[in-house]
Design a protein around this ligand. Sequence first.
Ligand code: COA
Length: 508
Amino acid sequence: MSERIRYAPLAKRVVSAEEASLHIQDGMRVGMSGFTRAGDAKRVLHALANRLSTEPIRITLLTGASLGYDTDKVLAESGILTRRLPFQVDTTLRRKINAGEVMFVDQHLGETAEQLRSGSLPPVDIAVLEAVAITEQGHIVPTTSVGNSMIFAQQAKKIIVEINHAVPAELEGLHDLYQVGSESDRGPIAIRHPGDRIGAIAIPVDPSKIVAIVSTNHPDSPAKIEAPDVDTRLISQHLTKFFLDEVKQGRLTNSLMPLQAGIGAVANAVLSGFLDSPFEGLTMYSEVLQDSAFELIDAGKLLVASTSSITVSGLWYRKVMDNLERYRKHVVLRPQDVSNAAEVIRRLGVIGINTALEANIYGNVNSTHVNGTHMMNGIGGSGDFARNGRLAIFVTKSIAKDGDISSMVPMVPHVDTNEHDVDVLVTEQGIADLRASHPASERHSSSKTARTQATATRFTAIWNKRRRVEGKRHTCWSAHSPGIRPQGRRGRCDGERRSHQPGVRSFR
Ligand code: COA
């Protein structure tokens, strides 16, 4: 343990997970490491859940993003969670959120630390952080993600550290831990290239706040990454063609601009498609790196990748951990208020590629709410990148649930990223370039968007049935953004019924 705990006075703080969990009391706000299943503390919260059988405990849990190791499932089943933020992907927790049993605050991932700093969110009481090591100064070296760990460590009165021996000590040095500072006293975040390093390699803390250290030996839960299929390959091909055209038009060079790709099977497959593309010298400024990023590094296509987490399948986890010396010069791990900082994303001109649950023909994207009401995962970082990047691209298969649901719809029932931010929509059917176009004329007359429109129209019937919306509809083509609308008394788009964006409304 001494190599991992290099600040000698802390050696005596090593305890069991059960003992460490006693520092967490009923009503506390707990800040835990973990971002898209990577770098999450894996034992203390499980030990806490076990205490529920003998004492009533309820907590608010804040993390970077989703957790692995079934932690969200165990906590949700135990009933210990009152509030959870800012992102999750667990089925059991999702059910509890949608049943109103857990309050879920769905946030832009770049904003949680900002809101904690400004006091919009109350501070965390205690932090539980996974670490590779504690340095000679008593500072904390995170593992495979950074997430919100810096702000949690800063604010918490007590810190519990889980030293994970399954993570090689060589991970130390991969992080770039820059403190953004409060809004009134903040300089520019001086990142001018995705690989720039501007911070420390460990989280600075007052070591006397570290009240317990727990030893673990568990790799991150593997990401469930499905192999590319016919549709995702087609999406990837459309996107490659789009980028080739941008290069031809002189708007991009062959190394494009720094790329960001969201979580999920579709985004991973799309990025894998760059392997067979003519693009070279690529960079990434993202919040998560999936398998595809490491495939691109190995192929010599991706030079440097900035991220807040390494979220890979079991196979790639081993490969990456066994070859850290090789990947060190290609990968930088940052706090999520830096990886997702509007300022840096805008300065670098990031191209954001994220997945939509569904989108409408004007470019409004729903990433979070199935049927407009039921939370899926959360907006994650998609909004941070879409709003501030140079190009906001959303990808989705045009149909979901074995053909029962169209993902291209006349009107999305919930908007996460709106038409003003979305530049390009891609399905396996084709690409809709929405830049500088007028909703009624150009978007509809463009041959490229026609296919998208056709898809939307084709599946409108299914969509209507699925949502059980009653009443007859007709298409109103005379408005700014033509759409499917309920039929008025006179069956025309007139008077008060003509609006900026006519859509499906309840029948009056
Ligand atoms: N209506 C209802 N369900 C839909 C749907 C739609 N229009 N489109 C997709 N789904 C369902 C799928 O059927 C699948 O369900 P299952 O898990 O029961 O099989 C699930 O959503 C995931 O869809 P999938 O096609 O496998 O895509 P994905 O793994 O790429 O996930 C999102 C898609 C939108 C859920 C995911 O990308 C997400 O959570 N995005 C928001 C967060 C984000 O963008 N972060 C970006 C930075 S990391």
